[in-house]
Design a binder for this molecule. Structure first.
Ligand code: ISE
Length: 353
């Protein structure tokens, strides 16, 4: 398919779906937002009216619609498997927000369905791959100039979580999953073992929720990754890393680092700049580049870009093992299925913008 204009439907109009719908309606070249679908008809209608697009009640009707060429899925993770499989059955490209599905078995079913289809149609919304700092770090590490990557230290903080339903396991499945993908991306390697531990929780976490958490990943090639995830930091959205190679280290995200004790009143802190309140601000450019690259890939027929269904499956497998480790505090091995030839590289690189 190489339409001059890709007609896109958005399924799920919560925080991320609304953000993507606005992006598609206003600043993505070669795309037209043609429909939104959400079980919450009132919120979908309000958004559709504001953006001048159609509303469909049923996500599967949106996928099947002859007026829709490609689909952005921003529905809750538990709905993804059925909806991604419907896109594959309809032969439509789909940009599915993370996590791909809720566990590794269901993610593997998606991988197998795509292999059966024969070409890549699924992109998983791991937007950090499109963040200029992450992409540049990956390109620099890939040159080998600095030797082998030995260690990666990731920090991931949210000011707070949307509701008390955000339980300890979701910190692994919805938040830490980003570090799983970015570690695979930066190392160009698979995670083979995960350990998740938690200190005595912050008093700002809901009753029984283990927050913050610390996770350790062992990479197949011997690399090690430390991760802190803290979703009720009370300050703002801080995502950064330090990568330590044999001859030098590099950092990303420092300009969004908060000093301990800075005021949380304005939705962030300060460190020679502004700490964004949430991921829509921190990764605004990455989301724009991701969606533009996805649309461009459909228009020129070069196929899917960014994280593949395989990357989504691998990330979900690590999260599934991470949730098991959180329950026991012991290391859990990650066993992946054999990678089909449709997915050449461990983590497909993206161009540095
Ligand atoms: C959310 O779903 C995201 O994807 C954000 O990037 C992450 O920081 C947050 O913890 C998740 O809940």
């Amino acid at each position: 398919m190489s339409p001059t204009e890709v007609r896109v439907g958005v399924v799920g109009v919560g925080i991320m779906g609304t953000d993507h719908a606005e992006r598609l309606a206003s600043r993505i070249a070669g795309a037209r937002l043609v429909a939104v679908a959400d079980p919450d008809r009132v919120r979908a209608t309000a958004l559709a009216d504001r953006l001048g697009t159609e509303v469909l009640a049923d996500p599967l009707a949106l996928v099947a619609s002859p007026d829709v060429d490609a689909v952005v899925l921003a529905s809750p993770g538990f709905a993804h498997e059925e909806q991604v499989l419907a896109c594959l059955a309809a032969g439509k490209p789909v940009l599915c927000e993370k996590p791909l599905t809720m566990d590794d078995e269901s993610s593997l079913r998606v991988v197998r369905a795509e292999v059966e289809h024969g070409t890549r149609l699924v992109t998983v919304g791991f937007m950090r791959r499109f963040d200029p700092e992450y992409a540049e770090a990956r390109a620099l590490l890939g040159t080998g100039e600095r030797g082998r990557l030995l260690l990666l230290h990731n920090v991931h903080r949210n000011r707070s979580v949307p509701n008390a339903d955000f339980r300890s396991e979701m910190i692994v499945r919805d938040s830490l999953v980003h570090e799983v993908d970015s570690s695979r991306f930066l190392f160009d390697d698979e995670v083979v073992e995960v350990t998740v531990l938690a200190p005595a929780p912050t008093r700002h976490a809901a009753e029984g929720v283990l927050d913050p958490q610390v996770a350790l990943f062992r990479m197949a090639g011997g690399g090690l990754v430390t991760n802190e995830v803290f979703v009720n930091s009370q300050v703002g959205y801080e995502v950064r890393f330090e990568a330590v190679a044999e001859r030098g280290s590099l950092t990303a995200g420092l300009h969004t680092t908060a000093l301990l004790g800075t005021s949380a009143a304005a939705g962030g802190g300060a460190w020679g700049g502004v700490v964004p309140a949430d991921y829509r601000r921190r990764f605004a450019r990455a989301y724009d580049l991701e969606v533009q690259a996805w649309v461009d890939g459909i228009r020129v027929g070069t196929g899917a870009v960014g994280a593949s269904a395989w990357d989504g499956y691998a990330a979900t497998a690590v999260s599934t093992a991470g949730m098991a480790s959180l329950a026991t505090g012991t290391p859990v091995a990650v066993e992946l299925a054999e990678r089909p030839s449709l997915y050449r590289a461990t983590a497909d690189p993206v161009a540095v913008p």
